[in-house]
Design a protein around this ligand. Structure first.
Ligand SMILES: Cc1cc2nc3c(=O)[nH]c(=O)nc-3n(C[C@H](O)[C@H](O)[C@H](O)COP(=O)(O)OP(=O)(O)OC[C@H]3O[C@@H](n4cnc5c(N)ncnc54)[C@H](O)[C@@H]3O)c2cc1C
Length: 401
């Protein structure tokens, strides 16, 4: 009987794990992805969905076209629980036994960070999924008719600050393109200790370059900001300061998916999967995790608590390493360790008509190599990268750079 490998989640980390397993194990194992969506979404381009320069359709493709020719199965269903003692995954409609499990289900936004935050029960827009970005885009078009103060924020415990910079710069660029820039003040409220910290201790010249761009574009900022609450018209910080807004978009911390909380022994108290440097669960040797679902601790003590960014590139690498270690176990090969901190940093923060590109030999300080650059070439590169990445993944060519 072939080992049954089940991968929960079919986007960045899940797909990379699946393709790597196909590449290394061929037909020596049965690989199944379980995901509630049967399409891949290139999430980084959602920033342009908000400003109206990209359609959601452009950045999605049918998962089946990518995986079925490679013998990887797709179960289009929603995981509700994992029984880790009996190695069974329960979905809305079925149950599946596994020999190895990879949890690559990303995370949910934690709106509880401050009252009034978030698009459902609160007042701020959000960008991290197609429906949220589409709603934010609709509101942005309405806002453009009569612009007022714009606030973009990243709360305490957030991790993906790079996305915050991309949003504030792209919204600023959108206002400029419409000839309405002078009608809006723009403020960026961030829990980072300084502009460009990015949850990674600052990367090379990034803090300086971001500050230069903000000054040039007349964007105000507040670092060490603890967001206390958001009303229909104002953002309130813990220090008593108040920021009125006509449009506000906020990034919040993540928490694990609900099924992780409903699966005793699988995740920690925040719903993330505790793993070792092989992306193997610290207590369950046949359970692996990759991507945003993985528990990573911020190594720095900051005045306002912040999280760690888990980007697409990092997620892809974690997915591959988890898969390589499953292959190593099945084939009796030595395992591969890759501490999260030692994953390379490749990041392009788009600014609408330019971008800040960052490359470093590792995620956290100390680093031996750091490159940072701000230019229009980065912006062009980011647009081309979307096309390249989608082509690469659609064709299962995940070993390409
Ligand atoms: C707007 C935006 C911009 C970004 N920009 C960049 C960037 O410029 N560069 C970069 O490197 N990264 C960027 N990122 C981050 C990058 O997209 C993430 O790091 C990456 O998507 C994480 O991959 P993942 O597979 O862990 O999670 P996801 O991509 O979120 O995938 C999670 C998968 O799990 C599935 N799932 C969820 N719940 C369940 C369930 N109950 N049962 C089964 N399956 C489930 C989902 O359907 C999905 O298939 C950006 C993210 C966003 C949102």
């Amino acid at each position: 009987m072939k080992p049954q490998i089940i991968i929960l989640g079919g986007n960045f980390a899940g797909l990379h794990a699946a393709f790597e397993l196909h590449h290394t194990l061929g037909n020596k194992a049965d690989v199944t992805i379980i995901a509630p969506e049967d399409f891949f979404v290139f999430l980084p381009s959602l920033i342009w969905v908000v400003t109206g320069s990209c359609s959601p359709k452009r950045i999605q493709f049918d998962l089946r076209t990518a995986i079925e020719p490679r013998g990887i199965h797709l179960v289009h269903d929603h995981v509700v629980r994992v029984d880790v003692a009996n190695q069974v995954v329960y979905t809305d409609m079925n149950k599946f036994s596994y020999d190895y499990l990879v949890v690559a289900t990303g995370a949910d936004p934690d709106w509880s960070v401050a009252p009034g935050i978030g698009p459902h029960t609160g007042h701020t827009h959000y960008v991290c999924s197609v429906p949220w970005a589409t709603n934010a885009a609709r509101a942005w078009q309405k806002y453009l008719k009569n612009p007022g103060p714009l606030v973009v924020g990243a709360t305490q415990r957030s991790g993906c600050f790079g996305l915050g910079y991309e949003m504030v710069l792209n919204l600023e660029h959108s206002l400029r393109k419409q000839g309405k820039r002078s009608q809006a003040s723009i403020t960026f409220l961030t829990a980072e200790p300084f502009l460009g910290h990015l949850g990674m201790g600052g990367v090379g010249e990034a803090p300086k370059k971001i500050e230069e761009v903000f000054k040039k574009r007349n964007i105000n900022w507040v670092a060490n900001a603890t967001t206390k609450a958001v009303t229909e018209t104002e953002v309130l910080l813990e220090d008593g300061s108040v920021y009125p807004y006509a449009y506000a978009l906020y990034l919040v911390p993540f928490k694990g998916r609900k099924f992780i909380f409903d699966s005793p022994g699988l995740g920690n108290e925040r719903g993330f999967i505790p793993v070792n440097d092989r992306y193997q669960h610290v207590n369950l040797p046949n359970v692996y995790a990759a991507g945003v679902a993985v528990d990573v601790t911020q190594p720095e003590q900051t005045l306002v608590p912040i999280g760690v960014p888990k980007t697409g590139y990092m997620s892809d690498v974690m997915g591959k390493v988890a898969a390589q270690n499953i292959e190593a176990e099945i084939m009796g090969k030595p395992p591969r360790d890759l501490p999260f901190a030692d994953i390379k940093l490749l990041c392009v923060m788009d600014g609408g008509d330019m971008a800040i590109s960052l490359v470093a030999d590792r995620i956290f300080n100390p680093r031996k190599f750091v490159f940072s650059n701000a230019s229009w070439i980065g912006h062009l590169g980011k647009i081309l990268f979307e096309k390249y990445y989608m082509w690469k993944v659609r064709n299962g060519l995940v070993y390409l750079p």
